[in-house]
Design a protein around this ligand. Sequence first.
Ligand SMILES: Nc1ncnc2c1ncn2[C@@H]1O[C@H](COP(=O)(O)OP(=O)(O)OP(=O)(O)O)[C@@H](O)[C@H]1O
Ligand SMILES: [Mg+2]
Length: 270
Amino acid sequence: MGRLSEAISRFKKGQDGIDEDFSSFVGESNNIQEKKRREGWISPDYLKSPHVYLDPGVVAENRCLVYLDNVPEMESYRVLRTQIMQRTQGSGGNTIMVTSALPGEGKTLTAINLAFTFAREFQQTVLLVDGDLKKQDIHKCLGYDSERGLAEYLADSAPLPELIKWPGIEKITIISGGRPFPASAELLGSPRMRDLVSELKSRYPERYIIFDAPPVLVGADALAFAPLVDYVVVVVQAGKTSMDEVNKALEFLPGGKILGFTLNRCERPL
Ligand SMILES: Nc1ncnc2c1ncn2[C@@H]1O[C@H](COP(=O)(O)OP(=O)(O)OP(=O)(O)O)[C@@H](O)[C@H]1O
Ligand SMILES: [Mg+2]
């Protein structure tokens, strides 16, 4: 916790530190970029994507910090990413839904930090999608305004290229939220959503697509959406979610798609 507080206060001190840390992703010299390219580092050109700017204070407050170097949680997310890659590579599957049994267990935080961690992987790019249409928290956690997202694409036919935003961090793009959408289970299970997932899935083979999803035991959204993705990661809040609740959630999810569990808010490393 000490190291985390230090990282957060370092982060909050102002733009200077942030710019330094950001430089591992953006604003690198041509020489470094050329070296990375030679080594096989995949670095798409996001100049055409609409930009959003993360608010460092809000990002730190919400612990979405693992795009920075030397953040204590980074190693845990690296382990999670590596396990996911080992279990998925060669399978043709690259769409992952992050869910949990109950509200507030850390799904959005996990989805964001996992996406940042994938973006740090040599040959991987990542698209993070806010699929929790009732809440749409990703842009709030990252501190930027977002008026249109997945719901607007599905319900209002908003053009997809306008919704895929680049947050200034190499190798990651985000479809964040729009207005909260009450009839979200119908949208998430719709043929248009199915078509979108298969379009996103096949467009870039090196890209993982991570969906932040609602909880399983509250509403039908996660159940409606699970059949469309290749894999499911289940977040479990340590000391809060009971085994009964986890088991009940598992009964609703397609067993073959469950990649594993991630224990959030664990007091000490396992
Ligand atoms: N490991 C953690 N340490 C400290 N705070 C955490 C941790 N994980 C989550 N939180 C905090 O708990 C709250 C809920 O987290 P988050 O929004 O990620 O959960 P969620 O499962 O997406 O919730 P919801 O079901 O409402 O969408 C947030 O304020 C978040 O910052
Ligand atoms: Mg959430």
